[in-house]
Write a new protein. Structure first.
Length: 464
């Protein structure tokens, strides 16, 4: 039995209900029986999905969208103070609840796994959700992306396990009290909120410190930031630490990752025994995500061989190296990667999958602040491609920063020897790519913005 809906969550109103994190919480509340309402900037499949669960979804933001009997207003860090619905909440004295507090309330009373890290959270959370479901444990989950199988980012399950993606970007992951925490990696990102690596480490230390007494931290033994974090929290006597990775010292050691086209075969050494299983996405970094998921499930008491077999049922998350289709002998794949480490990992994975084929990339930078800090590294990552197209920066929640444009990335890419073309009119990209692509090529649309919309348009142009 799931815990009762907190009274503050009985009639919630979500501002920006279509967002990945917000919609997941709204879906779970609707499935638990809450009267859910909210608004979003534009119509979407997510809005329709919420309506099918009984939620009221308004398009556009207006004060009158907030019902006078709303029990709370749920917001994310992206909602600006001048939002009319937020202002109306103040006039009506309706409590305002941050997304992370709402999610934390849903996990109360359940055995929770919180998946953190600068990269790989969505994939690892999804792997766990799929595997635990496959094993009949009927978990609840809240993920920052839609699973390919169930096609949803959240679900209320009847089991006692809750798997949640834990977001470090605004420190909101510090609100959770998991039984098992996963830290995949620790790097400097989200420059509008963190000024230094010390601030990042402090934030992750706080997150790890919230693990319930007797709980487990599963953490990478390979990634330098994670290794440093491990050294900082070793004195937490109430915490069991399980490391994973290729390092000889890892508690769960990745012995071998064998590429099999768009899949991988992974062999790990766990408790003195070798265990081999398949991961249905390419690349070593996805294989390591699966091993982190394996270690977390074992920490909850699930037999490793059962979990390994169930992990093979994972078929991917939308936008995580998702095959969009093939036309004229060209495969088009979509990637959410927007940080240089993610970009490099996905490009290396696709380079391995491409064999002798060419790899063409359409990259859309995400956020002015990220580009300002990491343009050089982004450009260097694009040197792994045979040719790439770079679009203008997708601003998301940010205002422009003077002097910060895609040209910073393009200059760095050229300096690294990359073949890069700037395209300022996104509408022309299908034509540009069609002019570049040849049968056998792989085309990767990459970025956290609306570059994902270009995949079907590129396929249509190739078909014609």
């Amino acid at each position: 039995m799931a815990p009762a809906i907190p009274s503050a969550m009985e009639r919630p109103h979500f501002i920006g209900i279509g967002g990945a994190g917000m919609s997941g919480i709204a879906k779970i509340l609707a499935q638990r029986g809450a009267t859910v309402a909210g608004s979003d900037a534009k119509e979407s499949a997510t809005a329709e999905s919420l309506r099918s669960l009984g939620a009221t979804v308004h398009i556009g933001h207006a004060a009158e969208h907030l019902a006078s009997d709303a029990s709370c207003v749920v917001v994310s860090s992206a909602i600006r103070a001048d939002n009319p619905e937020l202002a109306r909440a103040g006039e009506l004295s309706v409590p305002v609840v941050h997304r992370s507090d709402a999610l934390a309330s849903l996990m109360t009373g359940l055995r929770s796994i919180a998946v953190a890290g600068t990269h790989g959270k969505t994939t690892t959370t999804s792997m766990l959700a799929v595997a635990l479901t496959e094993l009949g444990l009927d978990p609840s989950y809240a993920i920052g992306g839609d699973l390919e199988g169930p096609g949803t980012n959240a679900r209320h399950g009847a089991g006692d396990i809750f798997v949640a993606e834990a977001d470090e970007s605004d420190r909101s992951f510090q609100k959770y009290d998991p039984e098992v925490a996963i830290v995949l990696n620790v790097e400097l990102d989200h420059h509008a909120n963190y000024a230094s690596m010390d601030e990042i480490y402090d934030s992750f230390e706080t997150f790890v410190g919230k693990v319930v007494p007797g709980g487990t931290l599963v953490i990478s033994a390979d990634q330098p930031g994670a290794v440093e974090l491990t050294s900082r929290i070793r004195d937490l006597s109430t915490l069991k630490v399980v490391t994973y990775g290729a390092a000889e010292s890892a508690d769960v050691r990745v012995h071998k990752v064998t590429p099999r086209g768009l899949t991988s075969e992974v062999t790990v050494l766990l408790n003195g025994k070798f265990l081999t299983f398949t991961v249905s996405v390419p690349g070593s970094h996805y294989a390591h995500n699966a091993v982190a998921a394996l270690a977390a499930g074992v920490a909850l008491g699930i037999p490793a061989h059962n979990l390994a077999s169930a992990l093979g049922k994972y078929t991917g998350v939308k936008r995580r190296l998702q095959l969009k289709g093939e036309a004229a002998g060209v495969q088009v794949i979509d990637s959410y990667a927007h940080h240089p480490t993610e970009m490099t990992a996905d490009l290396e994975a696709m380079r391995g999958a491409a064999a002798d084929s060419r790899l063409l990339v359409v990259f859309q930078p995400h956020l002015f602040s990220r580009t300002q800090e990491l343009a050089t590294e982004m450009g260097q990552a694009l040197a792994l491609t045979d040719a790439s197209v770079v679009l203008d920066i997708y601003p998301a929640r940010e205002d422009p920063i003077p002097g910060v444009t895609s040209e910073l990335i393009i200059d760095a890419a050229h300096a690294a020897g990359a073949d890069v073309t700037a395209v300022h009119d996104k509408e022309t990209v299908p034509e540009v790519v069609a002019g570049m692509a040849k049968p056998g090529d792989l085309v990767l649309t990459m970025g956290a913005g609306d570059v994902t919309d270009l995949g079907p348009l590129i396929l249509a142009r190739l078909s014609s």
